[in-house]
Design a protein around this ligand. Structure first.
Ligand code: 5CA
Ligand code: ZN
Length: 422
């Protein structure tokens, strides 16, 4: 699948401290410690509805990770999937009387234009489930062969499941106890009551073909991929085992990332799937998590169509810490709009306080588990001083424009209208 166009990222002199991020598995903030090429996989959308601010916040958090790593001189190999074969897509397509492939294409196009408007750096590999079916078939075959997978005893629908005990370390990613796993498994797409499973929380790897559902031929019987194996193979086949960052929202901690890791580890001789499991908090509206199923959505595309500058959306989202569950409010947009205006006025001046100390602070805050709220406050401080006529560093406004563009993804000098949807 084609990714979206990349915005330019200016290179800024110097470098900051090495990035440290919270790892869900080890339950602590630790160095990301990549080699010269940093490797990052972030779970992509299920394209049955439009991008809301919760999705945007999650992709923006990993965009900031991407920008910080680049600023530290790393090349970043970034991979993202599109879950374009899944039940929610079929159900919505059926409800709306359209082909599920057309629905997926339409919503993926909308997502791409939202990401472009928000100036999110695109993944190098943007891979749909449809495109990766062959990879899944190879992986399921290998898991069957090694005994990590089994088919249920059902002549009509011999679905294939993963033995959650196969790796011996199952549960290390989420650290959840058995009761919590059972609850979340049932709530988030699992099928604990499927007869024939050896353990109720064993996850589906391959769903045998059902009438009216899409399927692909495979040596172990026609069917379609389960959800978690899709992300395991797309990541593993491009980044290798032990890649640096596996990312997504906190609703993916279990079962999705636990099983993506376990599948990957069973395939790659037990090496830890990802070094870091990084999870963003949930964005809510009116006291509830923003979700397609609840329908309480603020869409990026709606805001852009109403003339809201995407830079304001970015600054509004960056004003909260990525790991905090938080509510989106109209007021947050107002605050972000004022901030953008203030920064623009400040960098339009001929001089201001020397930028080096501010740039160092921004880098330090971001390296410290992505403390974007403090990074914004550091820029505020510079902008207020500049507007008060303090400082005579003539290069400073340009330097501030550079760092805000490179690390926060906001181009203070652009006047580009958002790109219309295809
Ligand atoms: N396709 C799968 C991942 S393989 C999926 O979860 N798709 S999704 O469209 O439901 O979500 C895409 C990303 O947005 C996921 O990382 C999810 O955790 C995140 N997300 C969904 N809702 C919110 C929210 N309200 N706040 C923050 N992030 C969210
Ligand atoms: Zn995923």
């Amino acid at each position: 699948m084609q990714s979206w166009p990349s915005p330019a990222v200016p290179e800024i002199d110097g470098t900051g401290p090495a990035l440290r991020l919270y790892d869900t598995s080890d339950a602590l903030v630790k160095p990301v410690a990549p080699g010269s090429v940093a490797t990052m996989y972030v779970c992509g959308i299920t394209p049955y509805d439009a991008t809301h601010l919760g999705h945007a916040a999650t992709y923006l958090a990993f965009d900031t990770v991407n920008r910080v790593l680049r600023d530290q001189g790393h090349e970043v190999h970034y991979v993202q999937n599109i879950t374009d074969v899944d039940d929610p897509l079929f159900e919505r397509a059926e409800r709306d009387g359209i082909d599920w492939r057309d629905l997926g294409t339409r919503e993926t196009n909308l997502f791409r234009s939202d990401m472009e408007n928000l100036r999110i750096l695109p993944p190098r590999d943007y891979i749909g489930a449809i495109e990766s079916v062959d990879e899944v078939i190879a992986a399921v075959g290998a898991l069957l062969k090694s005994g990590a997978a089994y088919a249920v005893d059902d002549a009509e629908f011999p679905d294939i499941y993963f033995r959650s005990g196969a790796t011996g370390v199952f549960g290390y990613e989420s650290n959840y106890d058995r009761a919590t796993m059972e609850t979340l498994f049932a709530e988030r797409g699992g099928d604990p009551d499927r007869p024939g499973k050896r353990d109720p929380i064993d996850a589906l790897l391959w769903r045998a073909a059902r009438p009216g559902e899409p399927s692909w031929p495979a040596p172990f019987g026609a069917g379609r991929p389960g959800w978690h194996i899709e992300c395991s193979v797309i990541a593993l086949n491009r980044l290798g085992e032990g890649f640096d960052i596996q990312g997504g929202g906190s609703d993916l901690i279990f079962p999705h990332h636990e099983y993506s890791a376990a599948h990957g580890e069973a395939l790659a001789q037990q090496r830890r799937f990802a070094r870091h499991y990084v999870h963003t908090g949930m964005i809510g509206l009116d006291g509830e998590k923003m979700s397609k199923s609840l329908g309480n959505l603020v869409l990026v595309s709606t805001l852009c169509a109403a003339g809201v500058d995407p830079r304001i959306i970015r600054l509004g989202l960056l004003d909260g810490h990525y790991r905090a569950d938080r509510m989106w409010t109209e007021a947050a947009l107002g605050v972000a709009a004022e901030r953008l205006t203030m920064w623009q006025r400040a960098v339009a001046r001929e001089s201001g306080p020397a930028a080096a100390a501010v740039i160092a602070r921004v880098r330090t805050h971001l390296a410290n588990d992505l403390d974007t709220p403090k990074a914004l406050v550091a820029i505020d401080g510079w902008a207020k001083s500049a507007l008060a006529g303090i400082g005579s560093a003539s290069g400073a406004p340009d330097q501030i424009v550079g760092i805000v563009d490179a690390l926060l993804g906001v181009d203070l000098r652009s006047a580009h209208p958002p790109r219309p949807v295809d």
